[in-house]
Design a protein. Structure first.
Ligand code: PGA
Length: 249
């Protein structure tokens, strides 16, 4: 397997300057093992990028610059030191009405700025209960990711909305089924490159369940919200990824 595990932390709208001390311990761990990425709020990106940990943004505008008050462009995040940008998180799809087409356009902007796009997809609880989870997620992937995606510039994060911040997670079988379907969809859309695109699981990933979830086939890492705010929790998840990785060696 050529895909390196990626553990990405999404701080969401949390984090003042004082929170940057959490990055010191993560910087030490980042020198070996899985790829580690922290996505703090935009206000902290440039200073966080000096701390020895790869840093990402949580969203960006599709345009390079212009009359878009309050927005941040991909080029600006790259200029501040970001290496990746989370796009289409379900909170943005819900709060800001971001569509698959918006995510697609932003992905192109992220690639143009030579960063990695982490494209989030995931079904609601009602959609899962109705038996539509696979269909909804495949549709999101089909429309949110532009046609030339590669394993080097794109990561998919599968995050069932009902698992985010709730402490609930899908069963191992449901995660395995979804990730297998996403892999097939990526290969269908992008050919051989689709086999190299990492698929992260996100939604109540924590130290207690990380080893079990990260060992599932086609789970190439995690997108971690709440448990990324404390270095100890985040590193426990990173260590689980490391252990899984070395078991596969
Ligand atoms: P959570 O959030 O780990 O707090 O559930 C995950 C996410 O929204 O990326």
């Amino acid at each position: 397997m050529s895909r390196t595990m990626l553990i990405a932390g999404n701080w969401k709208m949390n984090g003042l300057q004082a929170a940057l001390t959490e990055l010191e311990a993560i910087a030490v761990a980042a020198r070996e093992g899985p790829d580690l990425l922290i996505c703090p709020p935009a206000t902290l990106v440039s200073v966080a990028a000096t701390k020895g940990v790869a840093i990402g943004g949580q969203t960006c505008h599709a345009a390079v610059s212009g009359a878009h008050t309050g927005e941040v462009s991909a080029e600006m995040l790259a200029d501040a030191g970001a290496k990746a940008v989370i796009l289409g998180h379900s909170e943005r799809r819900a709060d800001q009405g971001e569509s698959d087409a918006d995510v697609n356009a932003r992905t192109l902007a992220v690639w143009k700025a030579e960063m990695i796009a982490i494209v989030c997809v995931g079904e609601s609880e009602a959609q899962r209960d109705a038996g539509d989870a696979l269909g909804v997620v495949m549709e999101q992937i089909r429309h949110s990711i532009p046609s030339s995606a590669t394993g080097a510039d794109t990561v998919v994060a599968y995050e069932p909305i009902w698992a985010i911040g709730t402490g609930r997670t899908p069963s191992v079988e449901d995660i395995a089924d979804m990730h297998e379907a996403i892999r097939a969809q990526l290969v269908d859309q992008f050919g051989a490159e689709g086999a190299d695109i990492r698929i992260l699981y996100g939604g109540s990933l924590k130290p207690e369940n990380a080893a079990e979830i990260l060992a599932i086939e086609n789970v190439d890492g995690g997108l971690v919200g709440g448990a990324s705010l404390k270095a100890a929790d985040f590193l426990a998840i990173a260590n689980a990824a490391h252990d899984v990785g070395s078991q596969l060696d």
